[in-house]
Design a protein around this ligand. Sequence first.
Ligand code: FES
Length: 152
Amino acid sequence: MAHMKQNEFEPRVLAFCCHYCAYAAADLAGTMRIQYPPNVRIIRTPCTGRLETEYFLKAFENGADGVFIAGCLEGGCHFTSGNLYAKRRVEYIREMLAEMGLEKERLRMVNVSAAGGRLLADHITDMVETIRKLGPSPLNANGHKNRLETAS
Ligand code: FES
């Protein structure tokens, strides 16, 4: 495992999980003792459609290296089409991030059912590994500072 230590960077990922599916899936993963990286902070949201653009931008401003959104399966949103709305919004914000000099991969949306504990854990693991490869967010001032400190 020593090779994994070569990069000291531990990504900080914020995960917005919809109450009805993804949050239930995260709960299930916990109950089933399915492991996923501890780098993720899960925030429950009533529906992904309720997530405003500013929540994502704030997350990056506050030092997140990645933001993950997990909603109900398409067609399964409890507010009809909140997740489709969120999907469009996420696509739009990914373009915005690119213009701000952030990699689009730092924002990702997935869809899982309440029974998708394993799938959600896999998605989260994949997200954390993606961010680990990208390195700290360019917007993350502390990340920069830490890197500068370790470099000197
Ligand atoms: Fe889950 Fe809308 S209720 S995404």
